[in-house]
Design a protein around this ligand. Structure first.
Ligand code: ARG
Length: 586
């Protein structure tokens, strides 16, 4: 990775110049923000000069005089008030091009210190509608897990399905009195949600129905055989249908340890919290209060109340003896640390659960957990009108409906574009484009902002979309189809020569795939890779316009073929990290 190498060289130059670096300061190199001045840049000399109160340009000169970039850079310029701008040499870029072709990871170095990371994502609730939040979680979590694995971490994916909760009171009552068996056989998730919604509405209007539901729930929790049987059947039917959805999306989980898996651990957990003095009884419930160790602004057990702070305790057992979502999450942390020896746990869950996780993490830490836990939050998806997102049929959106509709729309587009393909091939391409487009619409967004969902934008061949990127990939492949094996594919040990500026610009972009992939994990942001791939596709198109490949000869032709091959490889690898499959035609 050029950025890392240049950073090392820069730090060595500071040392060689005998400059004492203040505590906590390490000179850094970043991608150039304006490529007219170079490929990489550093403002280290400026920052340091300010701290040491010396002249930044003179300091920069001192460092540059000792900088060893032979073979790596053609030029290191000191610009403006003391910026360092690095321009890579053609030889370095040509060498890298060969490496991208040879390396199965397309030139991305693995992480230096691999960790064992549990990724908790998707986690829909049984018999409750899967909402758009689950779409975001599924795609973000999958992309992050794929990237972490690619970089050499040991990743364990776990679908913490909501398979135990108060909704089952309504489901049980509904199952016994309102169930449409045929509909259940056709589409279990849909029917269970219908039953849940119907009973929920009735219970709101009629106290007696609510009481019946509560009774059913209590019987389930006490282990009543009939209710347990129905519950198991609901879970089985739902997971079976979900498995198909995940398969179509190519999302895999190593485990499906739903909330119910932890039932037996909850009572002992609450006991241990009480025994350790972390929790105490309050109005019949068991709760965790602030321990005063944090400033109130950062304390998850306090909320602001006008000019004062009010207790916002975390309840782990209700006064009726029931356990809560937080109790289950604490037991889950115990399990993941004990059984899986997790170094890190990532929770890909919507922003509204922020307080929940802050409290759970704080309680876990008070119990001695040292595992690094991160809530990877995200915002909502809005419809094109900026309101709640709805499907064609006007229902609130579920994951299945969105994917199906995307494939349907892609099918129409493919049929109008590609006449020479048989029906099965067309269907396959429509699936790749449809699911890819929905995934990409998600993953190209900053996860924390709400984004508007627009079918036209999503499936457009222009702009930062999956079809645009897939099309760039198809273009890289069509060149080799035209060659039809008449010429050897470019090989890693060939001598390449970059001559045209568009070739050079593409070669730089290709080299920066390494940085793009590593940057995803700094703050769990797949959109950084999406943006990179979009820019890569742009560079590829610019190169393609400016530099004829098949009309060129000799080493120019071989270099251009190598650029096409490498661009295809990086696009395919990068899209793969986002969970998007490529197609040779579209
Ligand atoms: N089932 C929850 C929901 O739909 C998400 C669970 C997330 N994971 C966790 N360990 N709490 O809101």
């Amino acid at each position: 990775m050029f950025r890392a190498v240049l950073t090392d060289r820069l730090q060595a130059a500071f040392a060689a110049a005998g400059i004492d670096l203040p505590e906590g300061f390490a000179p850094e190199v970043a991608l150039a923000s304006d490529t007219r001045f170079g490929d990489y840049q550093s403002n280290a000399a400026m920052i340091l000069a300010k701290r040491l109160k010396t002249n930044p340009r003179a300091l920069a000169q001192q460092v540059v005089d000792r900088l060893d970039v032979v073979g790596l850079c053609d030029k290191v310029a000191i610009d403006g008030p003391g910026f360092l701008n690095f321009t890579l040499s053609a030889a370095a870029l040509e060498g890298r091009l060969g490496r991208i072709l040879a390396d199965e990871r397309a030139g991305v170095p693995p992480i230096a210190a691999p960790r064992r990371i549990v990724v908790d994502f998707s986690a829909p609730n049984i018999a409750k509608p899967m909402h758009v939040g689950h779409i975001r979680s599924t795609f973000l979590g999958d992309a992050l897990a794929r990237t972490a694995r690619f970089l050499g971490h040991e990743v364990i994916t776990d679908n913490h399905v909501g398979d135990w909760g108060t909704q089952f009171g309504m489901i049980l009552h509904g199952w016994k009195t309102r169930l449409d068996r045929e509909a259940l056989a056709r589409d279990p998730i849909h029917e269970l949600v219908r039953v849940y919604k119907t009973v929920n509405a009735e219970a709101k209007a009629d106290e007696a129905v609510l009481e019946t539901c509560k009774g059913e729930l209590v019987r389930l929790q006490r282990g009543d055989a009939e209710n347990l049987g129905i519950w198991k059947e609901c879970v089985r039917l739902t997971l079976e249908q979900l498995a198909k959805v995940y398969e179509a999306l190519e999302v895999r989980f190593d485990h499906y340890l739903g909330e119910s898996f932890y039932n037996d651990a909850l009572a002992p957990l609450v006991q241990s919290l009480l025994a350790a003095g972390i929790a105490r009884e309050s109005e019949g419930a068991v709760v965790v209060f602030s321990d005063g160790s944090l400033p109130p602004e950062e304390d998850p057990f306090l909320i602001r109340d006008k000019d004062d702070w009010k207790a916002a305790p975390c309840i782990v057992r209700k006064s009726d003896g029931g356990f809560l979502y937080a109790t289950t999450d604490l037991a889950t942390i115990d399990y993941r640390v004990r059984e899986w020896r997790a170094d890190e746990i990532w929770y890909v869950v919507g922003a509204p659960q922020q307080l929940h996780f802050r409290q759970v993490f704080a309680v876990a830490r008070r119990r001695g957990a040292t595992t690094h836990m991160t809530h990877i939050a995200f915002g909502s998806i809005l419809g094109p009108d900026g309101k709640m997102f709805k499907t064609r049929s006007g229902e609130t959106v579920g994951l299945l409906e969105v994917i199906d509709e995307a494939i349907e729309r892609a099918r129409e587009a493919v049929a109008s574009r590609e006449q020479g393909l048989d029906a099965a091939a067309q269907e396959e391409i429509a699936r790749i484009i449809g699911t890819g487009a929905v995934k990409y619409a998600e993953l190209s967004q900053n996860r924390l902002t709400d984004y508007k969902f627009s079918w036209d934008k999503l499936l457009s061949l222009q702009g930062n979309t999956a079809p645009y990127l897939l099309n760039a990939y198809v273009r890289t492949r069509s060149i080799f189809r035209k060659l039809d094996g008449a010429e050897a594919a470019p090989a890693a040990d060939e001598i390449f020569t970059l001559t045209d500026p568009a070739e050079r610009a593409l070669a730089v972009k290709l080299a920066q795939f390494a940085e793009a992939v590593h940057d995803i994990l700094i703050d769990h942001r797949p959109n950084l890779l999406a943006n990179y791939l979009f820019e890569l596709a742009n560079s590829y198109h610019a190169f393609y316009e400016a530099c004829p490949v098949l009309k060129a000869e000799g080493s120019v032709r071989r270099t251009r073929l190598a650029l096409c091959e490498a661009a295809g490889k990086v696009l395919k690898t990068g899209l793969g990290l986002l969970g998007i499959r490529t197609t040779e035609r579209m």
